[in-house]
Write a protein of this length. Sequence first.
Length: 263
Amino acid sequence: MSRLPLTIEQPAYFGRLSTEETTHWWSHGMWDFAEALLAPWIRRGESLRVVDVGCGTGLNSRRLASLSGVGMVVGLDRSPIALSFATRQASPGKTVPWMKGDALKLPFPDRCFDLVVSFDVIQHLEPADRVNFLRELVRVTREGGRLLLRSNGRGARIAEGTALVAFRIHELRDLLVDSGWCVERATHGNFTGSLLQEIRGRFLPGRHVAHPGGAGLCLKTPPPMVNSVMRWIAWWEARLVGSLQINLPFGHSTFVLARREAS
């Protein structure tokens, strides 16, 4: 009998995530995308105040804290289990304070952060809560500050019976605009890996689904050679997005960089 993927409601979810995300090419590749999108805005020598909303086990918070233009990072999550894993890991950069809190009612005053990041949170919210969530992010961001949002991207097809929420990129753009954000960049991520997954799902439907995230946490680090090749491909894709300002047309992840306008 095959082992079912873990869902975010299960205590073992974050333990598995904490183990796999440090080695899996996807985790490193998606951080490359995030860093490439943020690089033109984060200047060396600055001391930006950053909050990672839905920080999970804290890996991306620690990555943010290692950037030279970042002065302080707060990692916030509603799950005490996730935060327990976050606190066990040493931060290579600045010390990251961890906070338990609700993304729909952030425990921060108005306009207190220069940068807000939120990775793979919005798809877990009820549709009625998504605009409220994005407006809360507006509230805690200073005028001229930025939001980097990552979410599931919809592929060509999704296996029947899955509860996956996956957005078309224009749907995310519309949500952000309706919430008061000015969208600067919107791109897919993981073009090559997603295309390969779609092909496998199309021609080997008994073994593979088109979107790997449909049933829960499916991260499992592949053999070293495959992991290295996919890591290299993702790195080059991030360079296209960052250095050449190319927005990728397809992928199972989406990234949106938005600016908080003056009130």
